[in-house]
Ligand binder design. Structure first.
Ligand code: ADP
Ligand code: MG
Length: 339
């Protein structure tokens, strides 16, 4: 019997990886916004057309890339963010897998323009289905613009699987919220089909929440702030009377990264016990800071799950802190739900 195993060509491997990283246009938005944050941008503009199906474009004023780096950035496992396996357990950046751009370039038409502070002329590179179509010198602003067009153009099954424009737009806005909330000191704009959706100036977290969710949110916020040796908790919970049936404004950030955690959600919900009506969910914007060495982020390709060394202690601390804040703001322990 002859040997039958072969290594997959790069563009096939990229397409497989893309299936994990890029589920929908919102995944592209997340990856590009996070790259802009990692590039130390202070201003980030997101432009979306047709719910991201035709165009997702992110422009940042960050550190930019040299022409060689620009080309390399589309290779798989190409990253400037980690060097060794140990670095995986001491992460200070959003990215580290070096897979996003390679994945996106495997399933879309991508144009990248970039320039570092070191040069006057930048570079423009076009990639389609993992193949570099062109690269030339071009005069561009310092920073980076990446345009991702016609997502899934070469995977009709994936493209057909996308939901309606309102649904895909909702996912994009969710990702935008998550990054914008995690980085209030960065200015963000978003336009969709030429109309302004968000224009968020550089600010603090309270102001950022209000800018996103409206002026009325301000009076709903109860500040949370406590610190132990293993975790620092800050941010806000919404007053119990604003708990809602639908799950809405619930955000956990760990070291400025949005994460999903049913376990920590439970800690917060249980702190609200007796204060909110059964079947309603309290809102919160909670920021946890822990030693990067005490968490593992490399659990899932989208990096929205995290493993804590000391999960139980963080649960207990979070619950106590939220309870404490609710108590301090003298929120009545029993509400008359019949009113
Ligand atoms: P990762 O973020 O995990 O490193 P990506 O595929 O997202 O992987 O990006 C690959 C590399 O391209 C990054 O490590 C970074 O060096 C560079 N890069 C990507 N986006 C930008 C950007 N907006 N500005 C500067 N460099 C970038
Ligand atoms: Mg990245």
């Amino acid at each position: 019997m002859p040997d039958i195993i072969q290594l997959l060509p790069d563009h096939v491997a990229n397409q497989i990886a893309a299936g994990e990283v890029v589920q929908r246009p919102a995944s592209v938005v997340k990856e590009l916004l996070e790259n802009a944050i990692d590039a130390q941008a202070t201003k980030i503009n997101l432009v979306v057309k047709d719910a991201g199906k035709t165009l997702v474009q992110v422009t940042d004023n960050g550190i930019g890339m040299s022409p060689t780096d620009a080309r390399l950035s589309f290779e798989r496992h190409a990253t400037s963010k980690i060097k060794t396996a140990e670095d995986l357990f001491n992460l200070h950046t959003k990215g580290f897998r070096g897979e996003a751009l390679a994945s996106i370039a495997a399933i879309a038409h991508v144009e990248l323009k970039s320039r570092t502070a070191a040069t006057e002329v930048g570079t423009r590179i076009c990639i389609e289905g993992s193949k570099v179509v062109s690269q030339e010198a071009e005069v561009v602003a310092k920073g980076t613009t990446i345009s991702v067009k016609n997502l899934f153009y070469n995977i009709p099954a994936r493209r057909n699987f996308l939901k309606s424009n309102p649904v895909e737009t909702r996912h994009i806005i969710d990702e935008f919220h998550r990054v914008a909330l995690a980085h209030p000191q960065v200015a963000f704009t978003m336009t969709h089909n030429g109309s302004d959706v968000f224009n968020l100036p550089e600010s603090n977290i309270r102001q950022r929440i209000v800018n996103i969710f409206g002026n009325k949110t301000n009076e709903k916020l109860v500040p949370v702030s406590e610190e132990t040796e293993i975790v620092k908790v800050s941010g806000f919970v919404l007053k119990p009377e604003y708990a809602r049936k639908s799950r809405g404004e619930q955000f956990f950030f760990v070291n400025d990264r949005f994460i999903k955690s049913p376990y920590l959600h439970h800690a917060v919900s249980s702190a609200f016990e007796g204060l909110v009506k059964e079947g309603t969910h309290p809102g919160y914007f909670l920021f946890l800071e822990v030693e990067p060495t005490s968490i593992d982020i490399n659990i899932h390709p989208t990096k929205t799950e995290i493993k804590f060394d000391d999960e139980h202690a963080i649960y207990a601390m979070l619950r106590a802190t939220v309870k404490h804040s609710l108590g301090q703001f003298s929120i009545a322990p029993v509400l008359d739900f019949n009113k």
